[in-house]
Every structure is written in structure tokens, then in C-alpha cells.
Design a protein around this ligand. Structure first.
Ligand code: 5GP
Ligand code: ZN
Length: 120
């Protein structure tokens, strides 16, 4: 069970952070939570989410930029701990054209395989 600082009752990832929906935890601190994607698209596929309900990258601003910076420190730490020495990709889908399906800011960490050059 984790505390989420400011959550949305109807949000899937807020429920995961609170422990209402089970997940495979990779990392947690007072600001963010990381867990394995239920439908992995690479040998390593981890989602990093803030413990505050921010809908997407479009809502990053001066009030939460320090939190987002911290999330990238956590991303680099997780990648080291997961042994992704060969490299990895960090993706955040923002909005319908990008295919965002869960409206709670998250960064995908994808690794463990040589990826194609195209990103879209
Ligand atoms: P998006 O499409 O919004 O960029 O990414 C959402 C991600 O959440 C998808 O990769 C999807 O597989 C993952 N996902 C959706 N529901 C669940 C769930 O209940 N548990 C976990 N661990 N991942 C989920
Ligand atoms: Zn949420």
C-alpha cells in the first residue's frame, strides 16, 4: 500500500499507486512509483509514474518540473539496476494522436533489445 499525494478516484494508475490494483513494483519513493507493464513491448518494459495525478506531458509546468526531473533520475537508476547497459528508450505518449491510453503521466522504459531507427 502506497500513499498517493493527490489522486483521481477514476484513474487506473492512481489505483495502482494506492495498491487497489496489483502491480509488479520495480521502485518506489515518496514522489514516484515504477512497475512492470502488463503488456510488455520489449524484454524490459517499465512504467514510471508520479504519485500525483498529472494527466500527461501537456500538464508539465513550473509547479511540477522538479518532480519530473526527479523521475528522470529514477529512470536512469532503474535502467542501471535492470542492466540496460546497451541502451534503452524512454517514451511518453501524450494525447490521442500519440496513442496515450492511460491519462496519468507515465514514462515507458523499454530495453533489452536492439530497437529500430524509426520512432513513429
Ligand atoms: P500509454 O498507451 O498510455 O502510453 O501506456 C499505457 C500502458 O499501460 C500500456 O503499455 C499498457 O500495457 C499499460 N497498462 C494498462 N493497464 C495496465 C495495468 O493494469 N497494469 C499494468 N502493469 N500496466 C497496464
Ligand atoms: Zn492518476
Amino acid at each position: 500500500m502506497s500513499d498517493v499525494l493527490n489522486y483521481d478516484d477514476n484513474c487506473l494508475f492512481c489505483k495502482i499507486i494506492k495498491g487497489d490494483i496489483p502491480s509488479t513494483k520495480v521502485y518506489e519513493d515518496h514522489l514516484c512509483y515504477a512497475f512492470r507493464d502488463i503488456n510488455p513491448q520489449a524484454p524490459t518494459h517499465i512504467l514510471v509514474v508520479p504519485k500525483v495525478h498529472i494527466p500527461s506531458v501537456a500538464e508539465i509546468d513550473g509547479k511540477n518540473e522538479a518532480l519530473v526531473g526527479h523521475m528522470f533520475t529514477v529512470i536512469a537508476r532503474i535502467a542501471r539496476e535492470e542492466g540496460l547497459e546497451g541502451g534503452y528508450r524512454v517514451i511518453s505518449n501524450c494525447g490521442p494522436d500519440a496513442g496515450q491510453t492511460v491519462p496519468h503521466l507515465h514514462f515507458h522504459i523499454l530495453g533489452g533489445v536492439k530497437m529500430g531507427e524509426r520512432m513513429a
